[in-house]
Design a binder for this molecule. Structure first.
Ligand code: PLP
Ligand code: ZN
Length: 408
């Protein structure tokens, strides 16, 4: 029984073989993995899933690799935390944090997409893996390529946070910093991908890579006891994660693992880079590109590849979108830390700040269940908060100094 039929154009529906291709030759629409859900329904069940190791491959039937996974077996199944301290402060009844700030091995949700992309790249016969990245993807590709013994090239904007640059360099890939923003990095990478026989995870093998994001949705449902939350708030850069969370929920319903998938998906962007939220508020799916200017560099994509689809996910699911200023991002990072003991990066600050706004606006009712996706770790973006969190009290090594300076 073939679980995966091939690739299919999202626009015109043309079918393609399972190769390293990502756009339709006829209409230039993006290609998407085409599953046989009836076949998968015969293979998968709650029992099958729960009997497997706690990583993202427990949902293997709904992921686009043919064989058994050999890489990325420590990624996924991150904690879903009941956030009662934060809930009390926000005035809501049922709040959860999906905490991908502790995803393995590189502390962001990008470990999920790379785990899938890397296995697929190997199945397709590639020996070199590459990416265009706003930071976290470069970290995940670098680390997982090292473990898999693949050659690795990562392309980033030259002005990324030092934590993100170091967290790529340490694995010894070729790191290329480009003196421009992500949209230019991505454009250059498309050119390189056309010339070199490499697996660019978010270009020529993007259809497979993007499927990895669904596993956040799968885990949320499983961790809630095979129930869907009423709201999920998701940060958006290219818009892929938001799109795939929605797809994941619908797939769980299609294969009979849950009865309904009515979750409202809301997206979060920084005010300094919010082409998707602007479109949502204007009720138009014509996404207008912007030049990013925000401390949330991981979300700084001015021309989002999946913006159009993210827009429709928000509309179809009756969610909404909001933005956060740089100050609100920092405040939200601090709020999450002091209420729930979680140190998130700037993207997490965006998501929490936006969730708070949507609750205050009444877009997310206070008595409904809410999951906030925290997608990255604060140790990588220390610049954003370093001078906004006070300093240690410095004392001499004696009791008198302690009592004088600290005043316990
Ligand atoms: C890449 C990234 C996102 C958003 O990803 P898209 O799928 O491109 O929308 C969110 N959070 C973090 C921390 C990221 O690195
Ligand atoms: Zn097409």
């Amino acid at each position: 029984m073939e679980r995966i039929k091939g690739l299919k154009c999202r626009e015109c529906g043309r079918i393609y073989p399972k190769e390293a291709i990502h756009v339709c030759e006829f209409c230039f629409g993006p290609l998407e993995v085409d599953y046989d859900y009836a076949a998968i329904q015969q293979l998968i069940s709650q029992e099958v899933i729960t009997s497997r190791p706690t990583n993202l491959w427990r949902y293997w039937e709904l992921l686009p690799i043919d064989g058994q996974p050999v890489n990325g077996t420590s990624s996924g199944f991150t904690p879903l935390i009941r956030a009662d301290n934060l809930a009390r402060l926000l005035g809501v009844e049922e709040l959860y944090i999906k905490d991908d700030s502790v995803n393995h091995p590189t502390l962001s949700f990008k470990d999920r997409v790379v785990a899938v992309a890397l296995n697929k790249a190997k199945e397709l016969g590639f020996d070199t893996i590459a990416c265009a990245s706003t930071g976290n993807l470069a970290n995940a590709v670098s680390a997982q390529a090292a473990k898999a013994g693949m050659k690795c090239f990562v392309f980033i904007p030259a002005d990324l946070e030092s934590g993100k640059v170091i967290a790529s360099l340490i694995y010894n890939p070729t790191v290329v910093g480009i003196k421009e923003n992500y949209d230019q990095v991505n454009r250059l990478c498309s050119e390189i991908a056309g010339k070199y026989p490499w697996a660019f995870v978010n270009i020529n093998i993007r259809p497979y890579y993007a499927e990895g994001s669904k596993t956040i949705a799968f885990e949320i449902v499983e961790q809630l006891g095979w129930k869907t939350p009423q709201h999920i708030v998701v940060p958006a850069a290219s818009g892929s994660l938001a799109t795939k969370i929605y797809k994941g929920l619908k797939e769980f319903q299609k294969v009979g693992l849950i009865d309904n998938a009515e979750t409202k998906i809301s997206v979060a962007q920084a005010q300094g880079c919010c082409p998707i939220v602007t479109a949502i508020k204007a009720a138009t799916d014509a996404i207008r590109p912007v030049v990013p200017n925000t401390i949330a560099k991981s979300l700084a994509i001015g021309n989002p590849a999946d913006g159009y689809y993210a827009y429709h996910v928000v509309k179809d699911s009756s969610g909404y979108g909001e933005t956060a200023t740089d100050e609100e991002i920092v405040e939200a990072i601090k709020l999450l830390a002091k209420t729930e003991g979680i140190f998130t990066e700037t993207a997490g600050g965006v998501t929490l700040a936006v969730a708070k706004k949507l609750i205050e606006q009444g877009r997310i009712p206070r008595n409904e269940s809410i999951v906030i996706c925290i997608t990255g770790n604060g140790l990588k973006t220390q610049e954003a908060v370093a001078d906004k969190i006070g300093k240690p009290t410095i004392i001499e090594p004696n009791l008198a100094s302690f009592e004088k300076e600290v005043k316990p």
